[in-house]
Design a protein around this ligand. Structure first.
Ligand code: 5GP
Length: 243
């Protein structure tokens, strides 16, 4: 697939314009960063793995009436997507306490939450993606109250679907981050990616807290065997979808 102008280079992906202004090309990279890019490295094969996991999950979610920006994948590490206006909010959905929730609240890692927690973070590298409140979202005019309600409903619906799907893969969906965009008709669509870079995924077949980790925490916490964990997620997801 021949790209044209580079529009944006992020930590894990590069976005190109295409001949059609309604379509963008995303190229997934092997580069990995953590802690707001203070830790940098490479995970061999990650670009292809994350692109293929995202493509598979987005196709599956669209069969559940969840609209996404995914069009197709012309190469294993490339995805053609609909051009959207991205909502500058990262939506995090948590089923089990981990990561920043534990650091900021003192909840123990692994505590099952009574119901899924939906959180909003300001998508701003300069500010370090700070946690938002509803009032701050409206103060900054990031979205209208109606749009925020729509985002929350859609995020919860995606979580319900993905939790069951990953459970069938013998994987616990601990938490994950979503991004949304709005098309020219004003429709809300799921954007960005769903992959071991953006989810916490625990192997239900392992009980040891270090060996059960199948996601970017292996890179963040120097747990080793990062590539094989990502490959195993891809294998289980694709195998489950073939059934
Ligand atoms: P936490 O707030 O605990 O650091 O992250 C919660 C979840 O959201 C984790 O699954 C994490 O991977 C994902 N997440 C939150 N922000 C980002 C981000 O900026 N980049 C990526 N790749 N994942 C994020």
């Amino acid at each position: 697939m021949s790209e044209t102008e580079k529009l944006y280079e992020g930590k894990a992906k590069i976005l190109y314009a295409t001949a059609d202004p309604a379509i963008l090309l995303t190229v997934y990279k092997d580069d990995a960063t953590a802690f707001n890019a203070q830790k940098r490295g490479q995970i061999r094969g990650k670009g292809e793995i994350n692109c293929q996991i995202t493509a598979a999950l987005f196709k599956w979610l669209s069969s559940k009436d969840i609209a996404t920006h995914y069009i197709d994948s012309p190469e294993p590490n490339q995805m053609r997507v609909k051009a959207l206006t991205i909502v500058p909010i990262e939506v995090v959905i948590r089923n089990i306490a981990a990561g920043s929730l534990c650091r900021q609240t003192g909840l123990p890692t692994g505590q099952i939450l009574p119901s899924p927690l939906v959180e909003y973070y300001y998508k701003s590298d300069e500010l370090g993606d700070p946690l938002l409140t509803r009032d701050r979202i409206f103060l900054l005019n990031l979205v209208t109250p109606q749009r925020l309600a729509e985002i929350e409903d859609l995020a919860r619906k995606i979580n319900q679907n993905l939790q069951s799907f990953f459970a069938e893969c013998k994987i616990t969906l601990v938490d994950f981050k979503l991004e949304f965009g709005i098309d020219a008709q004003g429709n809300l669509l799921l954007a960005d990616e769903i992959s071991p870079d953006t989810c916490r995924l625990w192997d239900q077949e392992k009980s040891d807290p270090r060996s059960r980790v199948m996601d970017k925490d292996r890179f963040r916490q120097d747990l080793g065997q990062v590539e094989s964990a990502y490959q195993e997620v891809q294998r289980r997801v694709l195998e489950q979808l073939e059934q």
